[in-house]
Ligand binder design. Sequence first.
Ligand code: FAD
Length: 286
Amino acid sequence: MKIKDIFAKKTVFSFEVFPPKNTSSIDVIFRTLDELGDLKPDFISVTFSAGGSGNSGLALDIAAKIREKGIIPVLHLPCINYTRSQIDETLELAKAQGIENILALRGDINPAIPPVEDFKHASDLITYLKNKGDFDIAGACYPEGHPDSDTIEDDVKNLKIKVNAGADHLITQLFFDNEYFYKFREMAAANGINVPIEAGIMPVVNKKQIERMVTTCGASLPGKFVKIMQKYENNPEALRDAGIAYAINQIVDLAANDVDGIHLYTMNNAYVARKISEAVSGIIEV
Ligand code: FAD
């Protein structure tokens, strides 16, 4: 089934997982997928390394496991470090697994890896994918603007190119202040972007995540978020519960404001995904 058809019927509720590092056993992620699958999200997406060396095997194995659970898998596909023939190879493997839904991405530019020039932007990959099969194609978007763009206005204009190329729907980068999402949604509509936009929500539930948020994530950290994190950073259980509660509050507010969908960055944490799913199950039909 294509994700775009689900948006036509309901508020989409989805999860994201990532392939484990080489040091971790595949059984761990498979057990997590069993638990996530029981929550019956509309789809589970699997991240894919932009590194060029590729973890396509693992990502595809995870996608196959998701399908086994009766859930729709969405394969992330970054292009900046891949040649056309490498993309073709992955697409063939994806088709063989019955994958119909792809999140087409550029990928972050790693200064240590000179980009392959076959695809410059996600929009180039989307144009390419359109001639490669009948895929449902998602694209990424950035409520606070992508860091490579000078202004959010420039970024939204480029997003329009991505949608014109054939993105059927969009998933946002994580954000902690819903006001950015609402302003971005208005700006997108004003630029003629009228595909569904799913809000990406990241529950911050441990200290490592807080540190990562502060140093690398471009998302603004609202005062109330910082206060909660500071208060509980040395109390793992309280921090976990506070992070879950913060994400639930964001989702309730987004649902009240007619969001098209919620994409939960699960960080492979089935406990957190379950707590949030249960809390919003009366609001977002799963
Ligand atoms: P693009 O859409 O190409 O945008 C990148 C920059 O170029 C922006 O500034 C944009 O405004 C500009 N631009 C876009 N199109 C054009 C154009 N046609 N002409 C001129 N300028 C243009 N990364 C991974 O490596 N693996 C993953 O699995 C992964 N999953 C992700 C999932 C989500 C939901 C999100 C939001 C991001 C994910 N990323 C992933 C990170 C993503 O690859 C990076 O944010 C990357 O820097 C940009 O990717 P993009 O597809 O948005 O790029």
